[in-house]
Design a protein around this ligand. Structure first.
Ligand code: HAM
Length: 412
């Protein structure tokens, strides 16, 4: 066995440009969600296994094959969160907020799924997400989607990303559609893949999502939900589309979207791209009206989405959107005796909000090399009497300045 320590398969370190893009995704999403009135919640990274097992549906891949579950030292079954929605709904109930609705929640953080790792798919990944808890109106669905679209735009990655929407209908629509699908697929059951044969019994709609080549031919001729929608479900979907148009969010209908988690009804949507290879879904979500009840709360119709931060970050890289660290000001003491006034100066700069660096040692040449490596925008040379020379490292201009003049010139 190699003695070199490696990250666990499917996990990654984020350093340098990767870390900066990751940070930018979170900050942009947090700020944009704030414009829509969302407030950030922080829920635990692990929960009782039941929160997910009950909430996400035991026919979902996430629950049946992908959860990181373990027994802790007290014998309780714990699961690292595979997504954020169930925990947010659990928190709504635990914190007695079910009478203070709607709640508009933003979250960002790590999630864990035991999936086969590949580009854009990891075992520890990160999501940003928003949830409107306690709003039955189709305007909430459209607002949530509009917020997602604005985030993609502000990240500069909206080009090449398409919003696909669908409706899964209400309970009555689903029952009727389910019966129609069972009829369609049962007639050709012998040609279905092993997985889809199992789905036929448990959750036939998931067959629509199958990646199996043989299944796809059978899926192509399957009925769509439209003929089975109740008038109420059809009107709801119409209204969502009307509001999306009013918000100026472009979309297209994809009747094959079913979503991988079982809690959805009515609106289901995905922002997809062909720029990331196989892992093309950057943001996905929809309406879920029964999840808060699963957590022991009252009926609380809700809608939201989550996006993979790694995928957003990869898209930023594709379009060349690479945030740079702020260019520092290099403070350079001329000789050991100049260190004292140099330290006083650098603290003034930092207190004024200016990014400033000082080398821990080295002669003038070394310090200048370091400043260039850091892409410093200016150097401040300080002598032992505290006299300061300000050099603009882009223009090469140099002049004597007072401390206050240096701070003012550098934008403090
Ligand atoms: P989801 O479709 O399972 O939905 O995940 C949302 C997004 O998380 C995906 O579109 C993808 O970008 C990212 N993602 C999922 N798994 C991975 C992975 N293994 N590696 C990298 N990225 C991944 C949910 O999680 C729902 N909670 C969304 C939601 C919120 N629905 C309503 N509210």
């Amino acid at each position: 066995m190699s003695s070199k320590m490696q990250p666990v398969r499917g996990t990654r370190d984020l350093i340098g440009a990767d870390a900066r893009r990751h940070h930018h995704v979170a900050e942009t999403a947090r700020h944009t969600a704030g414009l829509y009135g969302f407030e950030e919640w922080f829920t635990p990274i692990f929960e009782d296994t039941g929160v997910f097992a009950r909430g996400l549906g035991d026919t979902s891949d996430v629950v049946s094959k992908e959860m990181y579950s373990f027994e802790d030292r007290g014998g309780d079954s714990i699961t690292l969160r595979p997504e954020g929605t169930a925990g947010v709904c659990r928190a709504l109930v635990s914190n007695g907020l079910t009478q203070t609705l709607p709640q508009k929640v933003f979250y960002a953080g790590p999630m864990f799924r035991y999936e086969r790792p590949q580009k854009g798919r990891y075992r520890q990944f990160h999501q940003i997400g928003i949830e409107v808890l306690g709003a039955a109106e189709p305007l909430a669905d459209a607002e949530v989607i509009a917020c997602g679209w604005q985030i993609l735009n502000r990240l500069g990655v909206a080009d090449g990303v398409v919003l696909e929407i669908n409706t899964l209908g209400d309970d009555a629509s689903r029952d009727a559609y389910r019966a129609a699908l069972v009829e369609h697929f049962s007639a050709q059951a012998d040609k279905l893949s092993h997985d889809s044969k199992l789905r036929l019994e448990k959750n036939p709609q998931r067959i629509l999502d199958s990646k199996d080549e043989g299944d796809r031919a059978i899926v192509a001729t399957a009925p769509t939900i439209d003929a089975y929608l109740t008038p109420e479900a059809a009107a709801f979907f119409e209204a969502v589309q009307k509001y999306l148009t009013q918000f100026g969010v472009p979309f297209r209908r994809n009747p094959r979207i079913v979503r991988g988690l079982d809690y959805y009804s009515h609106t289901a949507f995905e922002f997809v791209t062909d720029r990331l290879g196989a892992q093309g879904t950057v943001m996905g979500g929809g309406r879920y009206n029964g999840l808060v009840e699963e957590m022991g709360g009252p009926a609380t119709p809700s809608v939201g989405w989550a996006a993979g931060m790694e995928r957003l970050s990869l898209l930023m890289e594709v379009v060349g959107n690479n945030p740079q660290p702020p260019r520092p000001v290099a403070v350079i003491p001329q000789g050991d005796a100049a260190e004292t006034p140099a330290l006083a100066l650098i603290q003034k700069l930092r207190q004024a909000g200016i990014t400033a660096e000082i080398g821990y040692r080295g002669n003038l040449k070394r310090r200048m090399e370091r400043a260039n490596r850091q892409n410093a925008r200016a150097a401040l040379f300080v002598d032992e009497a505290g006299a300061i020379q300000l050099k603009d490292l882009d223009s090469g201009e140099q002049r004597a300045v007072s401390e206050d003049a240096a701070v003012a010139a550098l934008g403090g």
